[in-house]
Design a protein around this ligand. Structure first.
Ligand code: ADP
Ligand code: ASP
Ligand code: MG
Length: 414
């Protein structure tokens, strides 16, 4: 299936639809798109703060519960925003149809809170477009084989958008958000972070995996798989933002492209764990089946038995606890280190350069920041540190690798 290039999937995030006024602003922008001859397929997130509010209610009753009822609850915010957006479009004389996942056959597996999209019936979307009706689709949600509502993980509306683009055979997808571009660091943490014109799929995947929430990781994975270019741009400004594209299309490759931080890191420490690889294989297999993404793993011999430490994101803490409860033999102590964060640098330019790791650790050492866990790959270096140091670490690394404008760096240091 290949949609005409005038049909463009456009995703609006939580802040972009965060108030009734902003919903009307999105409707006005869409009216301009239509006037220019584009036919938008809209994906919207819940109004900002709404998904957190829903999560907090579930966690008040049972912090460890995950399953069908949880996903049904947290998916409900999107139903409100798409209905309001459809009303705002119709007020402007634009025919619009709000659509939930079941109406589009957005089929997922049944890994609740972390579901993966298996199939989408793109034909219905194209049919609406042909009839001049703007589809307004709920992001973040899907439906499993038994017709239960599933959700795709926090930030998952980005993934809905790229999956819809893939389903209709589009070559690109627009993600509208509350920053004008993907920057060399989160501009809210590092003032003066530079805007990037182009970022490779590979680097963007690492940034997303390391906690930069500007794009959901599965959205970038899908975009890379189907060769869909993502244009990330501001809802509040008309100018172009950042294009996420195949690596060959990125002209400049600085040593380090971006600093990424993640304030939501939890470290689990298990002690004493049975010796042998079987235990590790079974434990991580069990966690993977539940959809838990284990990030950094270290094992050490303490004299009093093997100590295993691994980090997960805050979102996965409940699932991890649940899984450990079911899996661990008696006698293994489970401790959690809370208030941890992860600081990372990412860049394809690291591949052929020595000394980047040395410089990374030198910056942390000079700032007297203790490092708990470390991991590296060809294009990233990542360390778990106490979250109170994240801002200092991000700022110092940005300065050391020349990732912010000189003025901002100076004023921030001063
Ligand atoms: P939306 O609700 O539109 O999906 P998100 O809050 O999920 O928006 O993502 C946008 C936010 O991502 C920005 O407000 C910014 O604070 C954060 N962010 C983190 N890292 C970066 C980065 N490298 N460049 C730009 N924004 C970033
Ligand atoms: N509303 C969901 C969340 O807050 C999905 C999204 O915004 O992408 O995680
Ligand atoms: Mg988001």
């Amino acid at each position: 299936m290949t949609a005409p290039s005038t049909i463009v999937v456009k995703k609006y995030g939580g802040t972009s639809v965060g108030s009734l006024e902003r919903i009307e602003n999105v409707a006005a922008r869409l009216a301009e798109d239509l006037a220019r001859g584009e036919m938008p397929i809209v994906v919207a997130s819940a109004m900002s703060g709404e998904t957190n509010r829903l999560v907090a209610m579930a966690e008040y009753i049972d912090p460890d519960y995950r399953g069908v009822a949880y996903d049904m609850l947290v998916a409900s915010g999107e139903q409100v925003s798409i209905a309001l957006l459809a009303i705002a479009l119709q007020k402007r004389g634009i025919a619009a149809q709000p659509l939930l996942a079941y109406q589009l056959g957005i089929q997922t597996d049944n890994v609740y809170s972390k579901a993966r999209i298996l199939k989408i019936e793109g034909e219905r979307l194209l049919d609406l477009c042909r009839r001049g009706i703007v589809p307004v689709v709920a992001g973040f949600q899907g439906i499993d084989e038994e017709e239960n509502i599933t959700t795709l993980g926090r930030g998952g509306s980005d993934t809905t958008a790229v999956a819809l683009a893939a389903a209709i055979g589009a070559r690109q997808c627009e993600i509208y958000t509350d920053v004008p571009a993907v920057c060399t660091a989160d501009p809210r943490l590092v003032p003066g972070a530079k805007e990037l014109t182009r970022v490779s799929f590979e680097e963007m995947m690492e940034m997303a995996a390391l906690g930069s929430k500007v794009l959901h990781i599965r959205c970038v994975e899908l975009a890379a798989k189907y060769g869909i270019r993502i244009h990330l741009r501001s809802t509040f400004e008309a100018r172009e933002g950042t294009w996420i594209v195949p690596e060959g299309e990125v002209m400049e490759n600085p040593l380090v492209t971006a600093v990424t931080h993640d304030a939501n890191t939890f470290v689990f420490v298990l002690h004493p764990v049975p010796a042998g690889t079987d235990f590790l294989a079974n434990l991580f297999d069990r966690l993977a089946t539940r959809g838990v993404v284990v990030d950094i793993i270290t094992q050490s011999d303490t004299g009093g038995g093997q100590r295993l430490a691994f980090s997960v994101t805050k979102e996965d803490v409940a699932l991890t606890r649940q899984t450990l409860k079911e899996f661990l033999p008696p006698g293994v102590d489970v401790e959690t280190m809370e208030g941890m964060g992860k600081i990372s640098i990412v860049g394809v330019g690291m591949r052929n350069n020595f000394g980047v790791a040395a410089r990374f650790f030198r910056v942390l050492a000079d700032a007297k920041i203790p490092v708990q866990l470390v991991t590296t790959s060809e294009i990233k270096i990542s360390a778990v540190i106490s979250s109170e140091f994240l801002s200092t670490a991000a700022g110092q690394l940005a300065d050391s690798f020349e990732l912010r404008t000189a003025d901002a760096g100076a004023s921030n240091r001063g």
